[in-house]
Design a protein around this ligand. Structure first.
Ligand code: SAH
Length: 343
């Protein structure tokens, strides 16, 4: 059956018309769905006949919460969700003073193969649909009992490798009949699929683009990110410039610091020279260590020195604050642990 969460208002209105229902019923249905109602029977203002037709054509696919972990150190909550086909993904809710933010998965697994990442170890199993991504947000919101006002597409998966579903999801959460989350409150992170960055820029959204750079030259980048064999840093930066020109949005460059690999002062200088003069900002992420590899995070001193060097060259930089470190709230670790049966 068709998952109604994949539908836009326009699509559902068309369905209503084709099924001899008034188009305004679609608005009513969505107002319930986006309030977190998961059964057509519970939509109080719908006639019985409409409910029956909806039930004959649609499901409202609600994932199961396999586990919910709450950090004792901060207010981070991590969810393991299972879809009907048994696939498991993770999402993380972080509470900040300015509101609640959710980090969602866009694929089951990932095929990008970045060396440091736990989500990619078994490749990509499948894409998530727009409705499945939406369900991550709806269910998380329902569970914490508070509105989620920010979305980062930074969980498992490569969002631009699932372009059509991801852009539809962005439109659904942004819509006023949907979750009404402003595009400026949405961040999409990519390892740099260049043609798709252009396509995204042409969509005309005002979402924040984050690029997983992680190295200041192609040779080093190729050692840790297979995608670097396909697209050079130069090509990525050209696509970023196009994105900035189109959207006037500041780009974030993510840089995971790995001891002895990309954390020297020379690396920081090279990175500064690459990014000089761009509307951008660097987010340093001390690598989250996973047991499947030997990559380790640099010392605090090395991290601070890297940050200082970027500052010296007038590059805006922040070091990502670690949240939920007691619940493996990072980068696909929880799902793996669960799949390995260690939980
Ligand atoms: N595929 C997308 C989004 C998912 S990963 C991308 O590559 O951007 C989100 C961010 O976490 C990326 O910057 C990714 O490189 C980073 N990341 C993945 N595993 C990590 C780890 N073990 N430690 C630090 N950062 C990691």
């Amino acid at each position: 059956m068709d998952n109604i969460l994949n539908y836009s208002l326009e699509e559902l209105s068309n369905w209503m018309k084709e099924n001899k229902e008034s188009a305004f019923r679609s608005k009513q249905v969505f107002s319930w769905i986006y309030k977190g109602v998961w059964k057509f029977e519970d939509m109080k203002n719908l006639p019985k006949t409409t409910i029956e037709k909806l039930n004959n054509s649609f499901s409202i696919e609600k994932p199961k919460i396999v586990h919910k972990y709450e950090s004792k150190l901060d207010k981070t909550t991590k969810f393991l969700f299972a879809f009907n086909d048994g696939n498991i993904i993770e999402s993380v809710v972080m509470k900040y003073k300015h509101g609640n933010s959710i980090c969602i998965s866009t694929q089951v697994g990932c095929r990008m193969g970045c060396k440091f990442c736990a989500s990619t170890l078994e490749g990509r199993i499948r894409n998530l649909t727009a409705g499945e991504m939406l369900a991550e947000v709806l269910l998380a919101q329902e569970t914490i009992g508070e509105r989620i006002s920010n979305i980062v597409l930074m969980g498992s998966g490569e969002p631009l490798d699932n372009f059509d579903n991801v852009t539809k999801f962005i439109e659904l959460v942004n819509a006023d009949y949907g979750l009404n989350i402003g595009q400026r409150h949405i961040t999409l992170s990519t390892c740099g699929l260049v043609p798709k960055i252009y396509e995204l820029a042409d969509k005309g959204y005002s979402i924040t683009l984050a690029i997983s750079l992680h190295a200041s030259n192609d040779k080093r980048r190729r050692e840790i990110m297979p995608i670097a064999k396909k697209y050079s840093i130069d090509e990525i930066l050209k696509a970023c410039d196009y994105y900035i020109e189109k959207t006037k949005r500041r780009i974030t460059f993510e840089y995971s610091l790995v001891s002895g690999i990309n954390d020297s002062v020379e690396d920081a200088i090279e990175l500064s020279q690459l990014l000089k003069g761009r509307l951008c900002h660097v987010n340093l992420i001390p690598v989250n260590e996973i047991k499947e590899n030997t990559l380790r995070r640099p010392s605090k001193k090395t991290i601070e020195e890297f940050e200082r060097t970027l500052n010296k060259y007038k590059i805006e930089v922040t070091v990502r604050r670690e949240m939920g470190s007691d619940i493996d709230a990072a980068c696909g670790q929880l799902r793996r642990k669960y799949l390995e049966g260690r939980d």
